[in-house]
Design a protein around this ligand. Structure first.
Ligand SMILES: Cc1ncc(COP(=O)(O)O)c(C=O)c1O
Length: 431
């Protein structure tokens, strides 16, 4: 007798109760979703108030017939701790499905692969050769990206993808005519990061999604700097959203993680093909930490935003500070887009000082604000952009991204804003 094993998919509710719970989570308001969605007496979490850490690689059954009824096989593709997080994040974004992975970069790469490359199975070796990009130069796929974004994504798109036969076209996504001109019949993807790292550009998600949809391509939005508390790109027309959970969503600076949100069908392919093959799996312990962190996201984003607004106003009025960029300031060139698509303006500020000499001195003088890469947690972190995340960029690349030699990126934490202002003030006074 031959038994066909049809893999049960994790996204399909296993019982009527589970189906009703999922529908209930979708109806809740944002701050209640943060607490309940994915976890609220969920059959798979043994009725424990807190989701347990499922430290296992395999799931075992008494018989093959039991195994085929279940959707837990192997922790590279399914784990109940991670799935609680997947479901919570999908609910927060109003997405059909979610998938948590090892880091923000992993989420970006997996999401882009699912759009830019084909899923192929059971193909003859001769046929696979026809998929080599060099065999059909006239149909080389391309993606359109903003002129500046997180340096990790920039490197992935402009240094690694071209070697895989994918062209990255850099344009100013704030100039919609430039976007239209860059898109052609081989454009499969428009990648939007907003607010953009490190210059805090704000890009119009709806307008960009419309342009790429008219050309049958897909729009992926990196929502890391906003988090779903401030911006929900699927509701604005994005096809997929990626998040670095390392930042605001976990919010406590103690682990890395990433997530992809979008339609069930696409997420199924990403989970069972791209993630299963590439293996950038989140650990159950990190999923548990992120579940713990995300429950307070709404409160934290409110406080990050109000602290950052006060500090941006202080910097903007200081005679020794130049080009303070914060989406909440009316002087921000895209303030109106931010008002339209964000619920609040977030915790990230960019600014410049007068000279390299003063910049070097300033960063040494700060005390309460810590010098460090990354962002989005309780502790305020500052980076001297050109010498930290920008260190691997060529000078012309930095110029093309508007990263000057005196640019700073400040991630405003949850401290008392007056202590942060006093710290900046004492450092600026000594310049
Ligand atoms: C906008 C943005 N996307 C993605 C990432 C990468 O996230 P991770 O460090 O979790 O890989 C970062 C990191 O700073 C980021 O700022």
């Amino acid at each position: 007798m031959v038994i066909f094993i049809e893999k049960k998919e994790i996204d399909e509710p296993k019982s009527q109760k589970e189906k009703e719970l999922r529908e209930k989570w979708d109806r809740l308001r944002f701050n209640t979703k943060l607490i309940s969605a994915g976890e609220d007496p969920y059959p798979e979490t043994s009725h424990s108030l807190r989701t347990p850490i499922y430290a296992t690689k395999s799931y075992v059954y008494d018989s093959l017939s039991e195994l085929v009824k279940n959707h837990y096989y192997y922790s590279r593709t399914e784990n109940p701790t991670l799935y609680a997080l997947d479901k919570k994040l999908a609910t927060l974004h109003g997405a059909e499905s979610g998938l948590s992975v090892a880091s923000g970069m992993a989420s970006i790469h997996l999401a882009c692969m699912s759009v830019l490359q084909q899923r192929v199975e059971r193909i003859r070796p001769k046929k696979i050769k026809e998929l080599y990009p060099q065999t059909k130069p006239e149909i080389i796929p391309n993606m359109v990206i903003h002129k500046n974004q997180y340096t990790g994504s920039f490197r992935l798109f402009t240094k690694i993808y071209p070697q895989m036969g994918i062209e990255a076209r850099r344009v100013n996504l704030n100039n919609l005519e430039d976007v239209k001109n860059a898109v052609d019949e081989n454009t499969k993807l428009l990648f939007v990061e907003t607010p953009a790292n490190p210059t805090v550009d704000i890009i119009d998600i709806k307008a960009c999604a419309n342009i790429i949809h008219e050309n049958n391509g897909k729009c992926i939005v990196d929502n890391t700097w906003a988090s779903p508390a401030l911006q929900q790109p699927i509701k604005l027309g994005a096809d997929l959203v990626v998040e670095s959970l390392t930042k605001y969503i976990n919010g406590h600076g103690d682990c890395l993680g990433g997530a992809i949100l979008g339609p069930k069908k696409v997420l199924r392919d990403i989970r069972y093909y791209w993630l299963e093959t590439q293996g950038a799996v989140l650990s159950p312990f990190n999923a548990w930490l992120i579940l713990r962190g995300v429950r307070t996201l709404g409160m934290r984003m409110k406080r990050h935003s109000s602290n950052a607004m006060k500090i941006a106003q202080y910097l903007d009025n200081h005679e020794k500070v130049y080009n303070t960029v914060y989406p909440g300031l009316k002087s921000h060139p895209h303030h109106q887009i931010a008002q339209k698509q964000m619920k609040n303006f977030g915790g990230m500020i960019g600014f410049e000082l007068e000279s390299i000499e003063k910049s070097n001195k300033f960063i040494e003088l700060l005390d309460q604000i810590k010098v460090g890469v990354s962002l989005g947690d309780t502790t305020s972190l500052i980076e001297y952009t050109s010498l930290m995340t920008g260190i691997d960029l060529a000078s012309w690349e930095k110029r093309s991204m508007n990263i000057s030699d005196t640019h700073f990126r400040l991630s405003v934490g949850l401290e008392d804003p007056q202590d942060l202002i006093e710290d900046l003030d004492q450092a600026l006074k000594q310049l």
